[in-house]
Design a protein around this ligand. Structure first.
Ligand code: FAD
Length: 549
C-alpha cells in the first residue's frame, strides 16, 4: 500500500528518513517495521514565524518496495535515418527541442556557435582572472547557453505543472539530483550543471542526432516565404526546418533580422544592478534569528517587489550563497549576473535589483544612456550584415526596431568605461547610493574581476536610479536591516530578458511571415529562465514534428 501524508517537521529532522518513519508510524497508526520507504514528494520551508518549520508531502510505502528511480524516464528512439531539422543554439531551449524532436522521431542537427561545456569553462575562468572576454565563448555562448554557468534555479511561474515536471524528470534522467523533483524551489547549482548538459548531448548523439560546436549560424536560406536551412560561418549549409533558439545575447541575430526586413518587434525588459549582501545578514533577516541559518537550513532567499511611479522595481534571479559574475559577451562591455554552487556556500547572497523598462520609455526619451555609442558603430554592425542598407534605413532601424537593444549596449559600454576599461565593475554601497554619496571604500565581494568605487547614482539613467533608490527604501522599511551599507551595488544588470520579440504565430509557432522557422526560447521573447526556455523548446519541437508529419 502507498499512503500520502502532509507533515510539518522541524528543519533538523526533515532529511532524516528514520525519524520520518517513526513520525508517520506514531501519527498515522502504522507499524514501523512495515514501512519500507518514506519518499518526499514536496518540500518547502515556512519561515514566516521565528519557529521555522518544514512542510513535507510524502508517499509512505507499506509492505511493498518503492520504485527504484525517483524520476519517470523518457524513451529516446534511434532517429539516425529519420527526417532532419536544424536547431540553432544549445541553450536549454535548443537542447530540450533536440531531445523532444528525437522523442517524436525527427533527427536534430544542433549547431552551437560556442564550445562544448568543458572547453567553455576555461574561457569563463579567464574572464574572471584576466579580464578576457571571448565573443564566442562566455557566460552566454557555448554548450548549455546562458543556463550552463547559471545559478541553476529551476522554479518558474509557469502554471503548466505537467510540462515543468517533464523538464525536471528529464534533468534527473541526465544526472541532476532527485531533490529537484520535490523541492519547492529546486536548484541544481553551477558546479553540477555541466555534467547534466554533457549527458544530454550524449543522448542526442547516441540516438543519431548531430551536435556541432564552433558553428555559428550566419544566415537563413529562405525561398518563397519558407526557410530551407541555415548557412554557417565555417561555410556549411544545413538543410531543414529551423528551430531558432539563440538566446537574448545574440545581438547579431537580431540585427540580421532587422537588416533583412524579417519581422521582429522591440520588447520591454528590466535593468538595474546586482546587489550583494553578506549571506549571514540575509539569513538573519529572513530566518528572524541572530544565529542566521544554523546547521540545518539552506542560505536564505528573498523576493522583493514595489511599484514606483508606474514601473515595477524588483529583485530578480536571487542567488543565496552565490557569486556575482562578469557576463559580457563582447569586447568593451561590463554586464553582471549571479550564480551559485549546489551547496550555496559562499559568504555572499546577491540578486538583480531591476526596474521595468518599456520600449516606449526608450523611444520617447524618458530613459537615455548618458553615454551614446558612436552612431557609426551601430551602422557598422548593420552594414556588416547587409551592405545595401541606406543610411536612412539604418537610422530608422536603430530608432524603431533596435532602441532597447541599443540602450542595453550603451549602458554596458558605460559600465566598462566607469569600471576602468577591464572587467572591473563600477560599484557603490547601498546606503551611499540612496544618499547620493560616493563610497570611500567598498566591502569585500564575490565578483572576482574586482570593483571600482563609482557614484552610480550620478551617471545611471535617472529613470532607473531614482526608482531603485525609492524601491530600496521601501524594501528596507519592510525588511529591517536590508537597506545597509554592508551591501554593495554592482553595475549593471541589463540582460534580464530579450530586448526584441521574433514574432511567431500563436498556433503553429512558426514565424509570422516565414514558414518552417520556429523562433524559440528566451531570445525569441517567449521564455525567461531555464525551465520556461526548456518548455518552449519542447513546444517548438512538437509544432515542427506535427508540421512534418
Ligand atoms: P540561451 O541559454 O541564451 O542559449 C542560446 C544559445 O544559442 C547559446 O548557447 C548561444 O551560444 C547560441 N547561439 C547564439 N547565436 C547563435 C548563432 N548565430 N549560431 C549558433 N548558436 C548561436 N535562469 C533560471 O531559470 N535560473 C537561474 O538560476 C538562472 N541563472 C542565471 C545566471 C546567469 C549567470 C545567466 C547568464 C543566466 C541565468 N538564468 C537563469 C537565465 C537562463 O540561463 C536563461 O533564461 C536561459 O538559458 C535561456 O535559454 P535559451 O535556450 O532560450 O537561450
Amino acid at each position: 500500500m502507498v499512503y500520502q501524508y502532509l507533515l510539518r517537521v522541524n528543519p533538523k529532522t526533515a532529511s532524516n528518513e528514520d525519524y520520518l518513519k517513526t513520525y508517520v508510524a506514531k501519527h498515522y497508526g502504522l507499524d514501523y517495521d512495515d514501512i519500507t520507504t518514506v519518499r518526499v514528494l514536496r518540500k518547502s520551508i515556512d519561515a514566516r514565524q521565528k519557529n521555522i518549520a518544514i512542510n513535507l508531502k510524502v508517499d509512505v510505502y507499506v509492505g511493498e518496495p518503492a520504485p527504484e528511480t525517483e524520476y519517470i524516464p523518457t524513451h529516446y528512439p534511434d532517429v539516425s535515418s529519420a527526417r532532419q531539422a536544424v536547431v540553432v543554439g544549445a541553450g536549454p531551449a535548443g537542447l530540450f527541442a533536440a531531445l523532444r524532436l528525437i522523442e517524436l522521431g525527427v533527427k536534430p542537427i544542433l549547431i552551437e556557435r560556442g564550445k562544448d561545456v568543458h572547453r567553455r569553462k576555461r574561457d569563463i575562468a579567464l574572464t574572471g582572472t584576466d579580464h578576457i572576454v571571448d565573443p564566442e565563448s562566455n557566460y552566454n555562448f557555448g554548450e548549455g547557453g546562458a543556463g550552463a554557468f547559471s545559478d541553476g534555479k529551476l522554479y518558474t511561474r509557469s502554471k503548466k505543472r505537467g510540462s515543468v515536471d517533464k523538464i525536471l524528470n528529464v534533468l534527473c534522467q541526465h544526472g541532476a539530483s532527485g531533490a529537484i523533483l520535490y523541492d519547492a524551489h529546486p536548484h541544481i547549482g553551477t558546479d553540477k550543471l555541466p555534467l547534466v548538459i554533457e549527458n544530454i548531448r550524449k543522448t542526442i548523439i547516441r540516438c543519431g542526432g548531430e551536435v556541432h560546436f564552433d558553428t555559428k549560424m550566419t544566415g537563413l536560406i529562405i525561398s518563397k516565404g519558407r526557410v530551407r536551412g541555415v548557412e554557417t560561418a565555417n561555410g556549411k549549409t544545413i538543410f531543414g526546418d529551423v528551430i531558432l533558439a539563440t538566446g537574448h545575447s545574440a545581438r547579431d541575430v537580431y540585427r540580421y533580422f532587422a537588416a533583412y526586413g524579417i519581422h521582429i518587434e522591440p520588447k520591454g525588459l528590466a535593468m538595474g544592478v546586482r546587489l550583494e549582501h553578506p549571506s549571514h545578514l540575509i539569513d538573519q533577516i529572513q530566518y528572524h534569528s541572530s544565529e542566521g541559518r544554523g546547521s540545518y537550513l539552506p542560505a536564505a532567499e528573498y523576493s522583493f517587489v514595489a511599484q514606483v511611479r508606474e514601473r515595477g522595481v524588483y529583485s530578480f534571479c536571487m542567488c543565496p550563497g552565490g557569486f556575482v559574475v562578469p557576463a559580457a559577451s563582447d569586447l568593451k562591455q561590463v554586464v553582471v549576473n549571479g550564480m551559485s554552487p549546489a551547496n550555496r556556500g559562499s559568504r555572499w547572497s546577491n540578486s538583480g535589483m531591476v526596474v521595468e523598462v518599456r520600449p516606449e520609455d526608450v523611444m520617447s526619451g524618458a530613459i537615455k544612456s548618458p553615454y551614446v555609442v558612436e552612431p557609426y558603430e551601430l551602422e557598422e554592425k548593420l552594414r556588416i550584415i547587409n551592405a545595401n542598407l541606406s543610411p536612412t534605413k539604418i537610422k530608422e532601424l536603430n530608432a524603431y526596431i533596435l532602441p532597447v537593444l541599443n540602450l542595453q549596449e550603451q549602458l554596458e559600454r558605460l559600465c566598462w568605461l566607469k569600471g576602468g576599461q577591464t572587467q572591473v565593475a563600477p560599484a557603490q554601497r547601498m546606503v551611499d547610493f540612496v544618499n547620493g554619496k560616493l563610497s570611500t571604500n567598498l566591502p569585500k565581494t564575490s565578483y572576482t574581476p574586482g570593483l571600482n568605487s563609482s557614484p552610480l547614482r550620478d551617471w545611471m539613467p535617472k529613470f532607473i536610479s531614482q526608482r531603485l533608490s525609492e524601491g530600496f527604501q521601501t524594501f528596507g522599511k519592510n525588511s529591517r536591516g536590508f537597506l545597509t551599507n554592508e551591501a554593495v551595488m554592482i553595475g549593471m544588470e541589463t540582460r534580464t530578458s530579450s530586448p526584441l520579440r521574433i514574432t511567431r504565430d500563436e498556433e503553429t509557432l512558426q514565424h509570422i511571415s516565414i514558414k518552417g522557422l520556429y523562433p524559440c526560447g528566451e531570445g525569441a521573447g517567449y521564455a525567461g529562465g531555464i525551465v520556461s526556455a526548456a518548455i518552449d523548446g519542447e513546444r517548438c519541437a512538437e509544432a515542427l514534428a506535427q508540421q512534418l508529419s
